[in-house]
Write a protein that binds this ligand. Structure first.
Ligand SMILES: [Zn+2]
Length: 453
């Protein structure tokens, strides 16, 4: 399937900025009234069936320990396979039908990039390839491009078959590089506007190696250029490669083919073991699968999905949603997303403005769990968005968490109480949906999910 290249770092799962934003984001007025409609009243929700199991946070914590404590970083297309195997085996253990959904995406790797001046003197430059830069070996004269690397700037100099040098800032990296390539440069060096080195991402594909230089290295070259020509040698073993990601999909067949998806991403960034983000969500998902598998067959078909490559731009959930036919999509009654719910602070966030989110917050209230609505900053996202984009009703379980995407996002950040709260709310939501579906079973064409309205 076609996967648009995403820029690593932009589409991060949740930004810590959220912590700063949340207080300013007025919490949406939650449920004006919690009184269930009469249709629910006679539904014996609380009556335990012999098979009934309850969400057990200690079991969820064990799953989080396995993922974040034993397996560690789970980078999509690189180090996620062991986690996928583990999740699949857990789902199978609880009676789910497990499939793996493969999907392709573009990954990028730099196996080593060097740049050095070879004339008038030998000088090693502080260089690194920009993410998604192509690799290559280039030896050539360095030409300073005036300005910030707009087309007009390149028109003032001749960089054909040479190495262009331009200052950072003002113009996106990929635009600078495309402008350089367009007029025949063989590589582009972008020097920092501060003395330090920097990294960045090319948002568009560019045909020439595009290398970030520290400001100090840039200034060294500028000095030498004042006295004559400068030659440099670039060797970059960076490459964009096709990678495979795998969603782990566990299905618990219901009495109807109306479907509810429960999902959370199991991939992490490379910086750390991804405990809060998102071993905690997957652990909750696994424990919910156990609870659902132990109970009576549900009304709805429940599809538990551990998504891959969320950190690269929600690629796994997109691939899943893209794989659904219109008919399957029309049967999808809702999606619960569990991401970063087990660490951090503040109340449980149950985000969304649709029926499912309302039901979730009402369920939390019934359980005496402090839960709020909130919203993500524009530059953050998670897997529920892939579903919401296609019109599916979603709710997003999370908490504010500053340590995401850091080496400090370790198992000790996960709080048992947080797993317990999220898990119990989710279980209650599933029970309410089940009960509502039963009460609707004489009315098959009813799309009513919610007993609250
Ligand atoms: Zn996440």
């Amino acid at each position: 399937m076609k996967m648009k290249r995403r820029c690593i770092g932009l589409l991060v799962c949740i930004l810590s900025a959220l912590a700063a934003c949340a207080p300013a984001t007025p919490t949406v007025a939650i449920i004006p009234t919690l009184a269930p409609t009469p249709t629910l009243t006679p539904t014996p929700l609380a009556r335990p069936t012999p098979e009934r199991a309850n969400f057990d946070a200690t079991r969820a914590f064990d799953a989080a320990r396995k993922l974040a404590g034993e397996i560690g970083a789970r980078v999509a297309g690189a180090s996620g396979a062991q986690a996928a195997d583990y999740i699949a085996s857990e789902f199978e253990k609880y009676g789910l039908q497990v499939t793996r959904q493969p999907f392709e995406f573009e990954g990028w790797e730099d196996r080593g990039t060097t740049a050095q001046l070879v004339s008038p003197e030998n000088l090693k430059l502080d260089a690194q390839a920009l993410q998604y830069s192509v690799g290559g070996k280039v030896d050539g004269e360095v030409v300073l491009v005036p300005g910030l690397g707009n087309r007009a700037d390149f028109a003032q100099v001749n960089v054909r078959d040479k190495i262009a040098l331009v200052k950072r800032g003002g113009v996106p990296f990929s635009v600078k590089a495309q402008n350089a390539a367009e007029v025949g440069a063989r590589a582009l060096l972008i020097y920092n506007d501060a003395p330090t080195s920097f990294t960045g991402t090319l948002r568009e594909r560019v045909s020439i190696p595009t290398i970030a230089l520290s400001g100090k290295s840039g200034q060294d070259i500028l000095k030498l250029l004042k006295n004559g020509s400068v030659r440099a040698n670039i060797a970059s073993d960076a490459a964009v490669e096709k990678r495979a990601g795998y969603n782990v999909v566990g299905t618990l067949k219901g009495k109807t083919d109306e479907t509810i998806v429960l999902g959370g991403h199991y991939d992490s960034v490379s910086a750390g073991p991804g405990a809060g983000d998102n071993a905690s969500g997957v652990a909750t998902l696994i424990e919910l699968a156990r609870v659902a598998g132990a109970g009576a067959p549900p009304q709805h078909t429940l599809v538990f999905i551990a998504f891959d490559a969320e950190e690269l731009g929600m690629l796994g959930s997109r691939a899943y949603v893209d794989s659904l036919s219109d008919a399957q999509l029309a049967k999808l009654r809702g999606m619960l997303n569990f991401d970063m719910l087990g660490a951090g602070g503040g109340p449980l966030l149950l985000m969304g403005d649709g029926k499912l989110a309302l039901l979730s917050r009402a369920s939390a209230k019934e359980l005496d769990i402090d839960a709020r609505n909130s919203s993500l900053p524009a530059n953050a996202g998670s897997d529920h968005e892939s579903f919401a984009r296609r019109g599916v009703d979603t709710v997003f379980f999370m908490r504010d968490y500053d340590l995401l995407h850091t080496p400090e996002d370790t198992l000790d950040q996960i709080k048992l109480e947080y797993l317990d709260q999220a898990g119990r709310v989710a279980q209650r939501v599933l029970e309410r949906l089940d009960a509502a579906s039963k009460s609707d079973s004489s009315n098959q064409d009813s799309l009513k999910l919610m007993p609250l309205e």
